[in-house]
Design a protein. Structure first.
Length: 437
């Protein structure tokens, strides 16, 4: 009986390979072999056991065929994957439990398929994902898991079939159960018991490293990602502020995505006296360089500031977040901006950062203090700024931002501005601590 089974398998393999050789003169590609295995009756997925903490993503690639674009993920062991689509812009999200990434970088599209670009990373604790930007609307096939074969890893095959935009729109949207899970995760991330007002004796600073997880932010010419630089700088600034006696919290302290409204919610939950969001810029002109700092405005100081705010406000979409319904809090938040004191405090701190940092790094020569409608700055009762450390599109500045020495000097300048912000008033009285008034 065993010999019969082996004979059947051998015949099947010969038939598949023979058919492939008969149809094309070139050797079959890996995608061709995958298609042949699926067409030969292996369409039933391999049962996926619960992934362990050692599950590795070791490969990802894109194949283009006449009737589909194929996305293949290679894993050390099978892991359950779930797909859904989002609009504005069109995206495919591949959701999975937390994995370890062993990729050299995202797979590069061929240029003639449905995939425009691919990002990946930890979306939040316990949850990783791929986000596929689409060049055309698609229908997503059910993920198929293929077992290892002749030294290969487990492979998850996801086919993307062309469709109309109308059909794509009808099927797109964040699954209700995932949205409930993510809202619960967001609430869990917020502080449960912030210090009561009467115990507040230290200034509370919230540092917000920009981007993270599947959203890398800007990229330098040599592939350095903004999300890594902002985290490194934020950790340096945290160490320095802690050493000066401040209470410091961070919106993220590792490579994970944090939704934009949640960042300002964290600052409000901790009753922060100041929120500092750290970013790095990019520009089509590689000669552009210098630190700049933004405070909140509904309009923006100029066209370039408005464009930057629009780009940064897309961060949630790059992480695979559905914000198509809009922000229900925007109207009330903008009304709350009538609290001019908060905006004035933000502007005073921004001017102090420019003055202190000018001795340590290049400053944007034309109006380094700007204003724009950044979502992350919209906490109505927390003075907030967004610092663009420099331009990753400028090779010299990108190299400087990667050095410890530069980060230490700029962190000292920002910390000096924090000290000036909360220095005692001219009459000798200490400035009021939020929550103690």
């Amino acid at each position: 009986m065993r010999l019969m089974r082996l004979g059947v398998l051998a015949a099947l393999a010969c038939g598949v390979i023979g058919a492939a050789l008969g149809q094309q003169r070139q050797p079959p590609t890996v995608d061709d072999v995958i298609s042949q295995v699926l067409d030969a009756g292996q369409k039933k997925p391999v049962p996926a056991p619960r992934p362990s903490s050692q599950t590795l993503v070791i490969g990802a690639r894109i194949g283009v065929h006449d009737d589909r674009t194929r996305f293949v993920v290679e894993l050390s062991e099978p892991a359950p994957m779930r797909t859904f689509t989002l609009t504005n812009p069109n995206r495919v999200v591949i959701d999975m439990p937390s994995v370890r990434w062993h990729l050299e970088g995202p797979p590069r599209p061929t240029g003639n398929g449905a995939v425009r670009s691919v990002r990946y990373g930890e979306f939040r604790q316990g949850n990783s994902r791929f986000v596929i930007d689409l060049g055309q609307p698609v229908v997503v096939g059910e993920p198929m898991v293929l077992p290892p074969d002749k030294g290969t890893a487990y492979r998850v095959v996801i086919d993307l079939f062309p469709t109309s935009q109308a059909k794509f729109d009808r099927s797109a949207g964040w699954p209700a159960d995932l949205r409930a899970r993510d809202i619960a995760a967001l609430m869990a991330a917020l502080p449960k018991n912030p210090p009561p007002p009467q115990s507040r004796i230290k200034r509370v600073i919230v540092i917000d490293p920009g981007h993270g997880g599947p959203d890398p932010g800007a990229l330098s010419a040599d592939g350095v990602q903004e999300k890594d630089l902002t985290l490194a700088m934020s950790l340096q600034l945290r160490r320095l502020l802690l050493s000066r006696g401040y209470t410091v919290y961070m919106t993220r302290d590792r490579d994970v995505a944090v939704e934009l409204p949640t960042r300002s919610q964290i600052a409000r939950s901790y009753r922060a006296d100041l929120m500092i969001s750290i970013h790095a810029d990019s520009h089509r002109d590689p000669a552009n360089k210098g630190l700049s700092i933004y405070t909140l405005s509904e309009k923006g100081s100029d066209a370039e500031a408005r464009a930057l705010a629009a780009k940064e406000n897309e961060a949630d979409k790059r992480s695979g977040v559905d914000r198509s319904g809009g922000d229900s809090d925007v109207a009330s938040i903008l009304l709350a901006l009538a609290q001019r004191d908060t905006m004035n405090k933000s502007s005073r701190f921004a001017e102090r950062v420019v003055a202190e940092a000018g001795d340590e790094t290049d400053i944007l020569p034309h109006k380094p203090h700007r204003d724009a409608a950044f979502v992350v700055l919209k906490a109505p009762d927390v003075p907030s700024v967004l610092i663009e450390m420099g331009y990753l599109s400028n090779p010299d500045e990108a190299r400087r931002m990667q050095t410890d020495g530069w980060r230490v000097r700029v962190a000292r300048a920002i910390a000096a501005a924090v000290d000036r912000q909360f220095a005692p008033a001219p009459d000798g009285r200490p400035a009021t601590v939020r929550g103690a008034e």
